[in-house]
Design a protein around this ligand. Structure first.
Ligand code: 1PR
Length: 620
């Protein structure tokens, strides 16, 4: 709706006309140029024209250096911008499939399935793409690559969306993960057990225990296909998660598909695309010998604990979009007790690239004033995503202002439309803060039922639960007696209350901590899981920017309450704080930091080396 990407008339891969909301909330068109101008907005016109020239040169070079054409089946259901960007980065020209005939005419075809199984099949049927797709794959002479849902759709069907039928090209049905206490979705970096020789997937170097384990790649899914007698000649690799290993890649001749996302798997993933596109002739060097700290199987295999870099973004008083960082959410400089300018720690796109290069497993952008702005008026946030996704090939999350709103002209936008604009711009997940608290309050008032209209329900129905993160901003509320609150209370060992109170609960806030509500982080997390959220980003106002480590009591309380991944956030001050939270709360899936990375006090690598020394599964 907000984005119409297309190839230019000369067939180059340039994405041109995009529809965005203009200053007064009206729909306007813009192009990459304008986007770049807004993002790098500067009072210095020289630098702006320099950027224009640089952008032109980059485009011209990309067009000149094209290694060939690859057709992309983007049926408009989510973020395929990164797949497009990955292929362009590798030097290929991307042609969009617009008609059934385009499929049969394609020389190489990439099918990055996104969204829910049923709606993907519906769209393919409406656009009359099912038969040409089957024909292309059955023919098997021209290269085909499916990604994620693009793998699952090749099977007979899926129990997602009520047992809907798939393309029926690989025998088997896609089913939901099972396993005691299993955290679902399966989100993060895991390894493939490669079953036979193939040029597609590289193996870990110097693996002492087995010759068949791949480097870690990024997965995000709740359903999977299992290997069986009938599909065994398709299975290229499996991955161990849940009750039994599932199919992580298939290949038969020129037809390949991966359950994981090469476009989100850093340079390892780019190489997989390169191998596919070049028929195995890639010369990219990605794997290096692992450090000695990675010698144990526990570190090298299994789902890695993730290290996430977070960028709190807002406009400063001069109107420039900056990465800022607060202490307990106060982001203004202090001098002699006076509140000064918004702290400026750098530019969002540059820092995101820096953290990708440093080995961050994900990057999150939080538009911290999104609650008060008209979300889509904030076009720079959209541009941050578009530009970041050109150079950052790990998952990107964006939060801030994901809610229904009405603009100054009286036009209503749903949270689904806001989220769609972010997905189309390169976000893999959206994170919802203030709105989630209000939705949870309604959920409890309505006998623990959703009404189907909330941001969480509508976005997860359309894009899948893995695309919906709930950002919780809690603060400790001390009690002399746990009976004084209806919310789940703990006896704290970490820090007593100001009057020696022994009990506390974790009060949810909205509007960046400005308003406390009568609901705890525990209750909120449970409600969100029931409504379809796929992950919890658990901040902590008391610890934000303090450098004293994560609040283990809070993280444990929430991780014990739900079976979706929980990301610990706020308080990291030392590499060991990561190992400590994963050690204290084994169910915690990821940990996030901001200040220590922005101030160059600690690197992502140092955090990961400490985790590896502690025997934690880590992507090094
Ligand atoms: O409510 O849906 O519009 O979303 C607003 C989003 O902005 C929420 O995700 C909320 O957490 C965030 N936010 C709002 N105000 C602030 C602020 O700082 N004044 N930032 C804010 C939240 C918390 C973390 C931070 C960690 C790690 N920042 O993201 O990065 O605490 O920091 P540290 O490692 O330096 O301790 P909506």
């Amino acid at each position: 709706m907000y984005n119409s990407s297309r190839s230019s008339s000369n067939g180059t891969a340039t994405t041109t006309s995009r529809v965005m909301l203009g200053r007064r909330g009206m729909m306007t068109t813009s192009d990459d140029f304008n986007s770049r101008r807004i993002l790098f907005h500067s009072s210095n016109n020289k630098s702006s024209s320099r950027n224009k020239r640089k952008s032109l040169t980059l485009r011209a070079n990309a067009a000149l250096a094209s290694k060939g054409e690859v057709s992309l089946l983007d049926y408009g259901a989510g973020n395929v911008r990164s797949v497009r960007n990955a292929m362009q980065k590798l030097g290929y020209t991307v042609k969009d499939i617009k008609s059934p005939e385009d499929i049969l005419a394609a020389k190489k075809l990439v099918f990055p399935g996104v969204g829910a199984y049923g709606s993907a099949m519906d769209i393919l049927r409406e656009r009359k793409l099912i038969e040409p797709l089957r024909e292309y794959v059955l023919d098997g002479t021209k290269p085909f690559m499916g990604v994620c849902l693009g793998l699952q759709l090749l099977f007979d069907g899926s129990e997602e969306s009520g047992g809907v039928e798939g393309l029926g090209l690989i025998p088997g049905t896609v089913t939901k993960f099972t396993g005691d206490d299993l955290i679902v979705p399966h989100i993060g970096w895991n390894v493939n057990e490669v079953k036979r020789e193939s040029y597609l997937i590289d193996l870990q170097k110097d693996d002492p225990s087995s010759a068949s384990v791949s480097e870690r790649v990024y997965f995000v899914h709740s359903y999977r296909a299992l290997p069986n007698e009938n599909n065994k000649d398709w299975v290229l690799s499996t991955c161990d998660y849940g009750s039994e290993p599932f199919i992580s890649a298939v290949q038969k001749g020129n037809v390949m598909a991966t359950q994981f996302h090469p476009e989100k798997s850093g340079f390892t993933g780019l190489k997989i695309f390169d191998q596919f596109l070049s028929g195995g002739k890639s010369e990219m060097e990605t794997s290096s010998a692992l450090p000695s700290s990675a010698s144990s199987d526990a570190v090298r295999k299994g789902l890695a604990k993730r290290v996430i870099a977070c960028l709190d973004v807002r406009s400063n008083d001069a109107g420039d979009l900056v990465v800022t960082k607060g202490d307990s959410y106060d982001v203004r400089e202090k001098s002699e007790g006076e509140s000064g300018d918004v702290r400026n720690l750098g530019k969002p796109v540059e820092l995101a690239k820096k953290y990708f290069d440093m080995g961050a497993d994900e990057v999150s952008f939080l538009n911290i004033t999104g609650y008060r702005d008209t979300p889509l008026k904030d076009a720079p946030m959209i541009d941050v995503l578009k530009l970041s996704s050109e150079t950052v090939f790990v998952p990107l999350t964006v939060g801030g202002g994901i809610r229904d709103f009405t603009d100054s002209n009286g036009k209503h936008y749903s949270s689904l439309e806001v989220a769609s604009a972010y997905f189309a711009s390169g976000a893999d997940k959206v994170s919802i803060g203030s709105d989630a608290v209000e939705v949870a309050e309604k959920f409890y008032a309505n006998n623990e039922q959703g009404d189907g209209t909330s941001s969480i329900e509508t976005i997860s129905n359309r894009y899948g639960s893995q695309a919906v993160v709930i950002s919780i901003d809690p603060r400790r509320k001390y009690e002399t007696d746990p009976k004084n609150t209806k919310n789940k209370c703990i006896e704290t060992k970490r820090k007593l209350g100001p009057n020696g109170e022994k009990y506390c609960w974790f009060q949810c806030t909205i509007k960046g901590g400005r308003e406390g509500r009568d609901i705890g982080a525990y209750e909120l997390a449970i409600a969100m899981e029931k409504l379809g959220a796929g992950e919890i980003l658990l901040n902590c106002i008391d610890e934000d920017g303090q450098g004293n480590g994560f609040d283990h009591e809070l993280v444990k309380m929430v991780a014990d309450a739900v079976k979706i991944p929980v990301i610990a956030s706020s308080g990291a001050g030392h590499p060991r704080h990561f190992s400590e939270v994963f050690g204290a709360v084994p169910a915690c899936s990821a940990a996030l930091a901001a200040g220590i990375f922005h101030r160059d006090e600690v690197t992502v690598k140092e955090c990961k080396e400490d985790m590896a020394k502690s025997g934690l599964p880590t992507r090094l």
